[in-house]
Design a binder for this molecule. Structure first.
Ligand code: TYC
Length: 101
């Protein structure tokens, strides 16, 4: 009792719950932006406590860069643009970048 040759076994398509690709938002160190301003930026745009924001700022200051948060691409890019625009309004050279996580 042979299977019919048109009975090709197709792998059933399983609906995978797909997570969006995630992107890191980083601050870069510079010699001019005041530490207090950087702490306020991290609190305001990345919803961190004063203590968390201070730790992140010090990491950026000593290591050159630090992650403020990880988000889907559109949110990560919006945060980067908000940080840069706020820093420029305040005439600070603070740099913010997005990287694939
Ligand atoms: N290096 C700066 C200073 O000594 C402080 C600073 C920290 C600047 C983090 C930028 O992303 C930064 N005033």
């Amino acid at each position: 009792n042979k299977p019919h040759e048109n009975d090709i076994a197709l792998k059933p398509e399983v609906a995978k719950p797909k997570l969006p690709p995630m992107f890191k938002v980083l601050l870069l160190n510079d010699d001019y932006t005041p530490m207090e301003f950087v702490i306020e930026v991290i609190e305001r745009f990345f919803n961190k406590s004063r203590e968390q924001a201070t730790q992140i700022m010090l990491k950026v200051h000593t290591e050159g860069a630090g992650i403020c948060g990880i988000y889907p691409q559109d949110i990560a890019e919006t945060k980067m643009n908000q940080v840069v625009s706020y820093a420029r309004q305040s005439q600070h050279p603070l740099q913010c970048i997005v990287e694939m996580a």
